[in-house]
Design a protein around this ligand. Structure first.
Ligand SMILES: *Cc1c(COP(=O)(O)O)cnc(C)c1O
Length: 481
């Protein structure tokens, strides 16, 4: 790739500055001035525009291409939401504007949005109240397990120090529980891809604070025994946390609160069509049952009898602030617009089409890749490349080969209980034609294991940077090459 310095030509300029009409003077004292001029590239405006436009086009995003990254729900984010988030009445609002008396009129609309998001999320998930403060899914998990810890502290049950986590779980689950001070105890998955009830029975005890379960789970499967799992944990005195990052599959049709869960997070930047990738901004609201309400973070948006809103802080059992101010407000706005646009009927179609698309892909690839759990899947399917290992081809090679097919690879090597895993989540926003292109591309890459294995080992060859030595790239990054 050509670097901007390579295009530099002495004397070339991209701007014109008016001639001085006064004697030159410097504000910088002599001893602080540069001895030699700074080495800056000298370029025309057009060179600069072309350079940055080219760079922006190297970026892969869902606005340009299919993005089947499993567990990430890379769905299309309607542009209408951006207009809402840009409205000056929202975008220029300062978080320290007074919410009462003078200035209150300016913030009532924003408080109504936060309250609206809280209320609709509680309704969709089946809980009593939600907080919109957490800035990501993992942050929501931390908030949720901190509330569980506060609940047991409040009850004087400080011996409950263990969080149960299935072996299929997303890595953030044990990380969040551990940050909140819990020890992790792993629960096995059974031969159908559900929680192994026998193993769960063995792992329960009066040291257990709860279980974190992803629903549907990270294998893309709905656990047939989810109610029973919640009952078993409750009978042992623990609480049930629902990782709702996969809510897209069941939204509008099923409420985790009704299944027995006590606390749940959702990812607005997955299920609720707000942009994501590149590290943010995200939002991971958390919803709780009535008995956990006292522990919710402050501040909380409360509605008065006259229909106005205010921020309330006086909750002595609250876990306190979990984020500055009121969460990622522009993300809440976009999610609110999405919820009001779709409505209940719309959400049911979201889930149905997400599940239909994932099953379409699973059905069209299962003859060339392995399916560890042979069931209908939910919003994503997890296939395995293990039959190719004997030919020297791994999931990594297939993923790199997909890059040369101009398609973002699926998630790979996760969940860890599926060898050579490829986890594919098409989302509901993709057309059948796009799914067919993806299927054809992946089948072509799989076939290369026989016809052109060397080419697969070398892939990607069509990108500015070819296959990296990932260990070296992490340990000794060369950021200027
Ligand atoms: C994405 C995801 C998370 C974490 O969400 P972030 O917003 O990335 O922190 C947690 N659990 C599951 C199952 C996920 O897919």
């Amino acid at each position: 790739m050509e670097l901007i310095f390579d295009c530099s030509r002495p004397g070339r300029r991209g701007s014109s500055i008016p001639k001085l009409r006064l004697p030159a003077a410097s504000a910088v004292p002599e001893n602080l001035r540069r001895k030699v001029p700074a080495e800056l590239p000298e370029l025309s405006q057009l060179d600069v525009v072309r350079h940055f436009t080219r760079l922006s086009q190297l970026n892969y995003g869902v606005d340009g291409n299919f993005y089947p990254l499993g567990s990430c729900t890379m769905k299309y984010n309607p542009k209408f939401h951006e207009e809402i988030a840009r409205m000056p009445g929202f975008a220029e609002l300062h978080p320290l504007l007074p919410q009462l008396r003078r200035g209150g009129a300016l913030t009532q609309g924003a408080l109504a949005v936060v309250y609206g998001v809280q209320t609709l999320l509680s309704e969709l998930t089946g809980f009593a109240e939600a907080t919109t403060q957490p800035m990501a899914g993992a942050h929501g998990e931390l908030t949720g397990v901190m509330m569980i810890a506060a609940y047991f502290r409040h009850r004087g049950e400080s011996a409950r120090k263990v969080m149960l986590i299935p072996d299929a779980a997303h890595g953030t689950n044990p990380a969040s529980a551990s940050m909140a001070g819990f020890q992790i105890r792993v629960v096995a998955t059974d031969g159908d891809g559900n929680v192994d009830l026998e193993d769960l029975r063995k792992k329960l005890g009066d040291d257990v604070a709860g279980l974190m379960l992803t629903c549907p789970n990270t294998l893309g499967l709905f656990d047939w025994h989810v109610r029973e799992v919640c009952e078993m944990v409750h009978a042992a005195g623990g609480l049930c946390y629902c990782d709702g990052a996969n809510f897209n599959a069941i939204i509008g049709r099923l409420r985790p609160g009704d299944l027995g869960f006590d606390v749940m997070h959702v990812n607005l930047h997955k299920t609720f069509a707000t942009p994501h990738g590149g590290g943010g901004p995200g939002s991971g609201p958390v919803a709780v049952k009535e008995f956990l309400r006292p522990f919710l973070p402050i501040s909380r948006v409360v509605k008065r009898a006259d229909g106005t809103f205010y921020l309330a802080y006086d909750f002595p059992e609250s876990i306190g602030y979990i984020a500055p101010f009121y969460g990622n407000f522009s993300v809440l706005l976009k999610a609110y617009a999405y919820m009001l646009t779709l409505g209940r009927e719309g959400f049911i179609r979201v889930g149905e089409n997400a599940v239909l698309n994932a099953n379409y892909i699973q059905a069209h690839l299962r003859d060339v890749l392995d399916l560890k759990y042979d069931r209908l899947c939910m919003h994503e399917c997890v296939l395995s490349a293990k039959r190719l290992v004997a030919k020297g081809i791994h999931a990594l090679d297939l993923s790199k080969g997909m890059i040369d097919e101009k398609i973002h690879p699926p998630t790979m090597y996760f969940p860890m209980i599926v060898p050579e895993a490829l986890m594919i989540e098409p989302t509901e926003t993709e057309s059948r034609e796009t799914l067919d292109q993806f299927i054809a591309a992946l089948r072509k890459v799989v076939a290369m294991a026989d016809t052109a294995p060397e080419q697969l080992h070398a892939a990607p060859v069509s990108t500015p940077v070819s296959r990296l030595d990932e260990t070296q790239a992490a340990r000794k990054p060369d950021l200027s090459a």
